[in-house]
Design a protein around this ligand. Structure first.
Ligand code: SIN
Length: 430
């Protein structure tokens, strides 16, 4: 291939797609996706996307985000995200995203844990799919954008700390190079490295491993978010999320005796701890979540996907509680970026879950992830267009023979990530 593009984006989640949509038609752009373009974690997001509900909500939204993040958040990033939310939502609506509306046609809001008021826009219980599919449809209409599916980034082309492109592997394990002065890493988190995760198994932190290899700055690798409520199952594979908005709308958690044992709307890390403690006390592998307080109409109109999936697993949420257990869900750490999503390497950007701009601190507030992805993907696009630029990468042709087979390569990447996470954990506890 050895082709050259103006911009290469790695990942077809909300961040990658929105970055592409914010680049003008004169910019030749390539987006690669490890599997099919609609197999990103953004498609799986259920709950919704936060929005600042008027100026009087600013202080509370800011405080909720900071408190959930244990005040380790970068305040400038939080401010930018909140202040940008209305223009992002306006743009999504203009692109055709359908958010729930009340009887008068006004946007409707749901609530999730650690939010002091309802400020979350939603589309049934498949908000991520609604947003990301709309963005993907938009990108597919752009003549300047090429999407390459079933294509895995296995390395960056680098010299003198300047990025000049990526090395890719297709699904027949053929290796190739693609050149660009602007590479955007938007390939999600690392849930695929965990046995129990709500993420797609192929989302394995590849960009992070490659960043470690090239000494690109990374941050808070041990800040892994556990979602308190996923449907308990003995089957292997991805864990099915029972959205936090279910609890936001009134679902309750019970111990083995059918008694409430905690506040269901605590931040995720604290609620997960409370559930584990209860499981230990009860000698059980799950606790119970009861959706019946929501009533039939809310369950069927707001949560049709969860209702259906639980039925398929043998539970009728209209009639009985379901077994739930915490599982890995999100990565607050990642490749360190500034407020323009620039990494420590010239020509290299990161946004979405791949990056760490500090907005989430130690624990992300529910439904801030889609918003953050969009805000900082747009900022990456802006910097590519209007930033100060950089010298071109002086790297010559890349030898393809230096890479082992896929299995060996990704086993090495996996062990480097896990080692780095452990290292950071030890550093922070020392
Ligand atoms: C959920 O619906 O509980 C997940 C949404 C999020 O991760 O913010």
């Amino acid at each position: 291939m050895n082709e050259r593009y103006d911009v290469i984006i790695v990942g077809t989640g909300a961040a990658g797609l929105y970055c592409a949509l914010n680049l003008p038609d004169r910019i030749r752009t390539l987006i690669i996706s490890k599997q099919k373009a609609d197999e990103s974690d953004s498609f799986l997001a259920q709950g919704g996307i936060c929005m600042l509900c008027g100026e009087d909500d600013y202080d509370n939204y800011f405080a909720d985000t900071m408190k959930a993040g244990h005040y380790e958040n970068d305040e400038r990033a939080v401010d930018l995200m909140i202040r940008s939310s209305n223009s992002i939502i306006r743009d999504l609506v203009a692109r055709g995203v359908r958010f729930a509306r009340d009887g008068e046609g006004r946007l409707d809001f749901t609530r999730e844990g650690a939010h002091s008021r309802p400020r979350i826009l939603f589309h049934e219980d498949v908000t991520g799919r609604e947003i990301t599919q709309t963005l993907l449809d938009g990108v597919r209409c752009k003549k300047n954008v090429t999407i390459l599916e079933n294509t895995t980034m296995i390395d960056l082309i680098v010299k003198d700390n300047i990025c000049g492109g990526i090395v890719i592997m297709d699904d027949h394990d053929r290796i190739d190079t693609i050149f660009s002065d602007n590479v955007v890493l938007a390939c999600g988190g690392l849930g695929g490295l965990y046995k129990n995760s709500t993420n797609f198994p192929h989302i394995t932190g590849d960009a992070l491993a490659i960043a470690l290899k090239h000494n690109i700055a990374v941050e808070h690798l041990d800040y892994i978010q556990i979602h308190p409520t996923t449907l308990y199952s003995k089957k292997p594979g991805r864990r099915f999320l029972i959205s936090e908005s279910v609890r936001g709308e009134g679902a309750l958690l019970y111990d083995k005796h059918g008694q409430r044992f905690t506040n269901e709307l605590q931040p995720r890390d604290l609620l997960s701890e409370a559930i584990w403690a209860q499981m230990e006390k009860d000698h059980t592998e799950f606790v119970w979540e009861d959706m019946r307080p929501l009533g039939k109409e809310t369950i069927l109109t707001h949560f049709p996907n969860i209702y259906q999936r639980c039925l398929e697993e043998g539970f009728d949420v209209l009639k009985e509680p379901i077994p739930v257990v915490p599982a890995q869900h999100y990565f607050m750490g990642g490749i360190k970026v500034d407020l323009s999503s620039r990494t420590s390497m010239a020509g290299l950007y990161a946004c979405g879950e791949t990056s760490c701009n500090g907005v989430h601190g130690k624990n992300r507030l529910a439904s801030n992830s889609l918003l953050e992805s969009l805000v900082f993907a747009q900022r990456a696009a802006d910097d590519i267009l209007f930033g100060s630029g950089h010298a071109p990468c002086p790297a010559g042709p890349v030898s393809k023979n230096i890479y082992p087979d896929r299995e060996t390569l990704f086993a090495t990447y996996r062990s480097h990530i896990l080692e780095a996470i452990e290292g950071m954990k030890n550093e922070e506890t020392a």
